[in-house]
Write a protein that binds this ligand. Structure first.
Ligand SMILES: [Zn+2]
Length: 309
């Protein structure tokens, strides 16, 4: 009996989230919620308006739980609109499921162009890994995941009680970053333009100088609450996490510049930077990169940006 009880306790602890309130909607304003992804997985934004529900970013691996969390605050309203911060699978994985139930997917042409060739491979990865229920993958088509309403720079959704602006901010983490902004409530859903207390993922698709400009612009809007793509958030966190990530990139930029000006090669800078860049050592793993890899990848991008004529 004792062994059984210990076994149950151990199993329960193993499935407990790394921090509290995961996949539970956190209220940011009347009808406005953020859902925290498990263990740093993508956060979902939800706006419950008089004319229906808007959903921003949803990962298919926890589809049932995310949908249950959305429904728990939806007051019986249907999910009418879906948008994404960018084309990555952890953000767009639920699109086809929600579209099948009648939701309209919204996105800009660059997002659609990147999503189309990428989607089937990620479905296949999930099918092989067994992470996702087969019926959510088999026989599904990219056409259902792609946006059917396209917009260039900005689209305004009038949900009656709420207005949501989808704004293409340009190349940061990837070339198609789009945020969702509620101008009345001053709530901002950033997706992967913001990693909070997690090492941000930047690679050959990213533009760090532009990313920093975007972070400063978003901070200048004076948001009351900001929901990052990955990482913790609390109501009323304001612009602080945006400015923190800008400071992360600026600190790394200064260190890369100093080493480069001191005659170090790219390889030497990448090797040396992990020991050198310690200010954000309390930050966790923010994506597929371990912290050391994230620092090296960021350092390489900055080196290349600084080397441009
Ligand atoms: Zn992501």
């Amino acid at each position: 009996m004792r062994a059984f009880v210990l076994g149950v306790v151990a199993t329960t602890l193993a499935v407990l989230p790394a921090w509290g309130q995961e996949l539970t909607p956190i209220k940011l304003a009347e009808g406005v919620y953020g859902i925290t992804g498990p263990r740093g997985a993508i956060n979902t934004g939800v706006v419950v308006g008089d004319r229906g529900v808007f959903v921003y970013s949803c990962q298919l691996a926890e589809y049932d739980q995310r949908l249950a969390a959305i429904r728990s605050v939806a007051r019986g309203k249907p999910i009418r609109f879906v948008a994404n911060g960018h084309y990555a699978w952890d953000d767009t994985g639920c699109n086809h499921m929600l579209a099948e139930q009648g939701a309209v997917v919204l996105g800009n042409p660059e997002f659609a162009r990147l999503l189309r060739p990428y989607w089937a491979g990620r479905v296949e990865d999930d099918r092989k890994s067994g992470r996702v229920k087969k019926e959510y993958l088999e026989g599904k088509r990219v056409e259902m995941a792609l946006p059917s309403v396209l917009f260039d720079q900005k689209l305004t959704l009038d949900l009656g009680s709420h207005v949501v602006e989808l704004i293409v901010v340009g190349k940061a983490h990837t070339p198609d970053n789009t945020v969702a902004w509620l101008p009345r409530e001053k709530v901002l859903f950033t997706n992967d333009v913001l990693f909070a207390e997690l090492h941000p993922v930047a690679d050959e698709r990213s533009d760090l100088a532009n990313w920093q400009r975007i972070l400063k612009t978003l901070a200048s809007w004076g948001p009351a609450s900001v929901v990052p793509g990955h990482g913790r958030f609390v109501p009323g966190n304001g612009a602080k996490p945006l400015l923190e990530l800008d400071r992360y990139w600026e600190t790394l930029r200064q260190k890369v510049r100093a080493m480069k000006d001191g005659g170090k090669s790219l390889d030497e800078i990448k090797k040396g930077m992990v020991a050198e860049f310690t200010e954000f050592s309390t930050w966790g793993k923010g994506g597929r990169f371990e912290p050391a890899e994230a620092i090296q990848s960021g350092a390489e991008l900055i080196y290349r940006e600084l080397s441009k004529p």
